[in-house]
Ligand binder design. Structure first.
Ligand code: FA5
Length: 337
């Protein structure tokens, strides 16, 4: 009995010392097998307790169980410490190649929109905004659209409620701005617009920049001068523009504005279908009927407005053949810009 009771702390101390000096997981495993394994030294002592006379067993059994428990705990602690050290070591492996953070950049549309606004800001315009969900009043009625105009039809515009629709153009911002401020007005309004359109040059959601100038003595010459200054700043210094008669319910007279073809410079090519010109935007002199809606006096002021397709401008500037490239989110395409 006495020799077993003496042996238990000796073996326990040996085990604890070995565990304390183990530096690697394999070392620790060897120690576990030697002291705690099925045929290990501590379970062997526990078995020997059974061979003792009955009166000696309780004290020896308690000592053996206590030693076994202490060694198991020390083993588990050492295992945790070694595992932590291993994972920290791999996290700090300075020889591994670094991970470069992927740097994003502005989408081509956002960049084009900002660039257009910056050019007009330099020409004295202020940037304003309006809602994308618009009322029939601002999108049509106050812009002089007749009640039976096809764009008021569900088939043409995207209605979201009774007399509530996704704006089909940025022109409602003209009315909202004139309601809020008196002349002189020199504003551009960038934003998203929506139509039931879908082909290689038309998208159901696209972007426009609206321009509105209302001031004393504004004429069509000012319209042409401003848009010409824009075209040379945005495309290239020798870009020519031309005005073609057109119709919009809210401008009179109205004009589509074309730029000289960005590919052939006006000589005629595949892109401009031989005409030498590419359509860029709609524009015109503000129809005096609009001034009635906002309380301006047409005898004192006059104005012009224009609506520029941002997607179209980006396509022309960067030679894109399909508007869908702008919306597919393909990084191979987007990263070129
Ligand atoms: C208008 O939207 C008028 N509000 C523009 C205007 C404003 C005229 C102020 C007069 C005064 P239009 O429907 O032509 O006009 O559109 C203007 C431009 O938006 C087009 O030249 C084209 O560049 C672009 N655009 C029109 N529909 C789409 C579409 N579905 N996808 C991409 N771009 C489009």
């Amino acid at each position: 009995m006495s020799s077993l009771l003496e042996k238990i702390p000796i073996i326990r101390d040996k085990a604890l010392q070995a565990i304390g000096s183990a530096e690697t997981a394999p070392d620790l495993e060897k120690i576990r097998v030697e002291f705690l394994g099925t045929k290990g030294r501590l379970p062997e002592l526990t078995r020997q307790v059974g061979t003792l006379p009955a009166e000696m067993r309780p004290a020896a059994g308690q000592a053996a169980n206590k030693a076994l428990k202490e060694v198991k705990e020390a083993f588990l602690n050492a295992q945790t410490v070694l595992n932590r050290a291993k994972s920290q070591k791999s996290a700090l492996d300075v020889t591994l190649p670094g991970r470069r953070p992927t740097l994003g950049h502005q989408h081509l549309i956002s960049r084009t929109m900002s660039e257009i606004c910056r050019i007009f800001e330099k020409l004295g315009f202020t940037v304003v905004e309006g809602p994308e969900v618009e009322t029939d009043y601002y999108n049509f009625e106050a812009l002089n659209f007749p009640a039976d105009h096809p764009s008021r039809d569900m088939q043409e515009s995207l209605f979201v409620g009774d007399k509530l629709l996704l704006r089909t153009h940025t022109s409602p911002v003209q009315i909202r701005t004139m309601e809020k401020q008196s002349p002189p007005v020199w504003v551009v309004a960038p934003g998203k617009t929506y139509r039931r359109d879908d082909d290689i040059t038309h998208s159901p959601m696209f972007h426009q920049v609206e321009g509105l100038v209302v001031d004393k003595g504004i004429t069509m010459t000012d319209l042409k001068g401003i848009l010409s200054a824009f075209a040379t700043a945005f495309f290239s210094p020798d870009t020519a523009i031309r005005l073609r008669p057109s119709f919009f319910p809210f401008t009179e007279p109205s004009a589509e504005v074309d730029i000289a073809c960005v590919l052939c410079g006006g000589r005629g090519c595949r892109l401009c279908k031989g005409s030498g010109w590419l359509e860029l935007l709609g524009s015109g002199m503000v129809d005096p009927a609009l001034y009635n809606f906002v309380g301006y006096d047409p005898r004192e002021i006059s104005g012009f407005a224009f609506g520029l397709g941002v997607d179209r401008a980006a396509m022309l500037k960067y030679g894109l053949s399909n508007i869908r490239h702008l919306y597919e989110g393909d990084l191979r395409f987007l990263e070129q810009f």
